[in-house]
Design a binder for this molecule. Structure first.
Ligand code: SOE
Length: 387
């Protein structure tokens, strides 16, 4: 066990709170880290519920008061897993208290808030990371290595689709993810943000966009209880204030063309986060529903043998995979969170920049916002470059 410790304060104890708790529970056991993450304190609005969660998941303390918790002397890192509407206030308070900050996506709802968050972490000189977890699926990290090595040549197209179906049923009740004030937007910010991050990670910066969004089911049964993406109905109905579906076209700075589609209304698609990249020498295809596989087509294969091959990214040589199970023993959703936690701890200990950091988070918000501007104006919109 390493001699130094990194005390974590987690905010949020629902779906993302669980995913982050699982990461903090496992990361130090599978990875050789130079500091031991300690599950110091977890915060949530409902003090009784969060106390129960702390007991179940092994957090040392729990609290209903995040403002005090993020300032505790025995906290080194604040991990924000609460809804998007809370990110800016918590991240800025944590940075001002001198704590490193890990934040769920999207970083914020507006470029203006993202810039304030970026300024706060820069001013405080603390480490900052946004949890775009899909970057850390081994097959996706491998795709990046292959692109950097020139395996598919010059990129011409990137096709991103992020499709889910949990809102197909018009009787699925409201939860915070369908309220603009809590979620910022619907499929656009929740799912599109992931695709934009993968696009920036693999293909590069986006210069211009034009898009459209639609809410097909405008009213739903009111919320009774909700957890993650499940909910029970209460009395009456409530107006949906975010988009169900969003699509946009993009021009990348390197000349590539992009298409993006995000929806929660695609029957049969559960967590269909997929990209296809076509380059001058080959193509790469990945989909979260088969997250361990990366499909690769190379124009340099002999003519008689050309075709997509499936790389199973579960060998020790593949990014992150070696830290887990013997070859072929498959990783899942939760591993991407642990992989991120591992990089974050090592970046903090060794004083290295994190990726994706708040600058990446802000640049992603700039793309989301430019799409909204294009919808308002009915024409292409320039994406602001964040300093
Ligand atoms: C719900 O649509 C959700 O949980 C997103 O909020 C996550 O970011 C995504 O990874 C899976 O789907």
């Amino acid at each position: 066990m390493p001699s130094s410790k990194l005390n974590v304060c987690l905010i949020g104890y629902k779906f993302m709170g669980k995913a982050h708790s699982q990461a903090w529970r496992t990361v130090g056991r599978f990875f050789d880290l130079d500091a031991e993450p300690v599950m110091k304190i977890i915060c949530g609005r409902d003090a009784a519920a969060v106390a129960e969660f702390a007991e179940r998941w092994g957090w040392e303390q729990s609290s209903g008061d995040w403002q005090s918790a993020v300032r505790q002397d025995d906290v080194d890192l604040v991990d924000i897993s609460s809804p998007g509407s809370t990110h800016a206030e918590i991240a800025i308070a944590a940075a001002q208290a001198g704590k490193h900050v890990f934040c769920e996506k999207p970083l914020a709802f507006t470029v203006a808030d993202s810039k304030k968050m970026l300024a706060a972490v820069r001013e405080a000189g603390v480490k900052h990371m946004v949890n775009f977890n899909y970057r850390r699926c081994p097959a996706v990290s491998l795709a990046r290595q292959m692109i950097e090595a020139g395996e598919i040549g010059e990129i011409r197209h990137m096709r991103c689709t992020y499709l889910q179906d949990w809102l197909v049923d018009p009787n699925f009740p409201m939860n915070w993810r369908m309220r603009k004030e809590a979620a910022g937007s619907g499929s656009h910010g929740d799912l599109g943000a992931h695709s934009i991050d993968l696009a920036r990670f693999l293909t590069g910066e986006i210069d211009e966009v034009v898009g459209m969004k639609k809410t097909f089911i405008t009213e739903r049964p009111a919320e009774g209880t909700s957890h993650g993406i499940t909910a029970t109905a209460g009395e009456g109905t409530e107006q949906v204030t975010v988009d169900d579906s969003s699509v946009f076209l993009a021009k990348f700075a390197n000349g590539a063309l992009g298409t993006f589609e995000a929806t929660r209304l695609a029957p049969g698609r559960k967590n269909h986060n997929r990209f296809e990249i076509n380059g001058s020498k080959g193509s790469l295809v990945w989909c979260f529903e088969r997250l361990n596989e990366l499909d690769y087509y190379s124009t340099s294969d002999p003519g008689t043998q050309q075709g997509f091959r499936t790389i199973f990214a579960t060998e020790g040589a593949h990014p992150y995979a070696g830290a887990w199970w013997p070859p072929g023993h498959m990783l899942g959703y939760d591993h991407s969170f642990s992989n991120a936690a591992s990089d974050l701890v090592q970046d903090i200990v060794h004083d290295r920049p994190c990726a994706p950091d708040f600058h990446d988070g802000a640049q992603c918000v700039a793309v989301l916002e430019a799409v909204d501007q294009s919808i308002e104006s009915g024409s292409w919109a320039q994406v602001e470059r964040i300093e």
